[in-house]
Design a protein. Sequence first.
Length: 174
Amino acid sequence: MKKFKIIYLHIFIIAVIPFFINCGYHLSGAGSSLPEGVKTIAIPDFDNKSTSPDAQQYITFAIRDEFIKRSKLDLIDDISKADLILEGKIKQFIVSPLSYTARTSANLYKVSLVLNVKLIDRINNEIIFKSEGLRFSDSYDIDSTDFFSQESATIDKISKDIASTIVTGILENF
């Protein structure tokens, strides 16, 4: 009886192991939709069609930083020497009041951004990633004396969320 249990256990292990080997599980950050052999990326300042003059600085810097942290690509300034170019356009930047104080001044705002991005493979002259109409938003409370620093902190947070989403989309092939 004991021999049968051992035999059944061996059969079970042999039958189950292939499922675990090819289950498709992979570690986050281990995949890549980037073409073989690419080593460099240029990320020029995003084109800013919004009403916020500083939005492209926050977003471009956050995306550059995210690529440096999460990819093996070298970030370079010279577009003509880059294997890949990530271009972006900020379509909208909207700040809207969400609630008001008893004196009818706004004390809660919503910041919304809409942008387009595309990653161009210069070696093969093709677009390998494209996303249009990406929307991000966050809200912030204000103290009437500190409106601008709170807005800046919110834009910085949204920029980091945007960067994480875009870089994940590119590196993980989503």
